[in-house]
Design a protein around this ligand. Structure first.
Ligand SMILES: Nc1ncnc2c1ncn2[C@@H]1O[C@H](COP(=O)(O)OP(=O)(O)OP(=O)(O)O)[C@@H](O)[C@H]1O
Ligand SMILES: [Mg+2]
Length: 243
């Protein structure tokens, strides 16, 4: 892990499901220097876009390339909107992910324990992952992703179902992961979270990248009417996607 692979280039990405367009002609480049937040209303296409970037969904057209290489590098990890944990104890969930990524022996155990420690779950190492609370599961998912020491970490609504204390914990942990040199790409519909975390904003509306700007200028002076309406709270839900 740790190959130089940024910037990530998304070129003319379009994703259709049975004629329904989820993402329409989205292009951008990410160099990982600042945390990038993909912001938009429910249904705007944020999760689909993140899955395409992570290589889990093939775009209907367009491409995602990492530093010119046309395949998914290993030095990336994703935390899903709903944590996907195995029917195993917490520690074993992390060890399994490390094993799948070719990390074995003493290093596997050490990294897994260190990752659990970082998210404050050492005392739950041997509890079944699926009986953990929602907040604990989210922290475990973060621990598992960060144990891979990815160059890029994709986070899909990492705090959407958490109480304020658990959300603050997750934000702090994300900050620590970032301080360790991992580039952060996060989706959210939560303005407060976006303001606290984002270096830059990619604003999605009905599957289109309507605006991209440094966070401060986005929040102070949105250029698109869609972003302005979203910031005013006039666009709580995405009404419809194009086509
Ligand atoms: N596998 C799929 N098959 C069909 N339609 C899909 C699929 N995945 C997503 N969609 C549709 O694509 C659109 C965008 O979904 P997406 O999950 O990306 O929204 P989102 O911006 O992440 O919303 P939220 O804020 O609610 O998480 C939605 O209309 C959704 O129903
Ligand atoms: Mg989503």
């Amino acid at each position: 892990m740790g190959e130089a692979m940024l910037p990530l280039e998304a070129r003319a990405l379009t994703v259709r499901f049975n004629g329904h367009t989820a993402i329409e002609d989205v292009s951008f480049s990410l160099d990982g220097a600042m945390p990038a937040v993909i912001l938009g209303a429910n249904g705007a296409g944020k999760s689909v876009l993140l899955r395409v970037l992570h290589g889990l969904i093939a775009p209907t057209s367009g491409s995602v390339t990492w530093s010119g290489a046309n395949e998914r590098p290993r030095a990336q990890a994703m935390v899903f909107q709903r944590p996907v944990l195995l029917r195993r104890p917490a520690l074993a969930n992390i060890e399994y992910a490390l094993a799948v990524n070719g990390i074995g022996g003493a290093e596997r155990t050490a990294r897994a324990r260190e990752a659990l420690e970082r998210v404050g779950l050492s005392h739950l190492a041997h509890r079944q992952a699926r009986v953990l609370s929602g907040g604990e599961q989210q922290r475990l998912a973060l621990a598992r992703a960060s144990a891979l020491r990815p160059r890029v970490l994709f986070l899909d609504e990492p705090t959407s179902s958490l109480d304020p204390t658990a959300s603050a914990d997750v934000e702090r942990i994300v900050g620590e992961i970032r301080a360790g040199g991992t580039a952060i790409v996060m989706t959210t519909h939560n303005l407060g979270l976006a303001k606290r975390v984002a270096g830059e904003i990619l604003f999605l509306h009905a599957g289109r990248l309507v605006e991209r700007a440094p966070a401060q200028s986005f929040f102070n002076h949105p250029r698109s009417p869609e972003a302005a309406a979203f910031l005013e709270g006039e666009l709580p839900w995405s009404v419809s996607s194009p086509a």
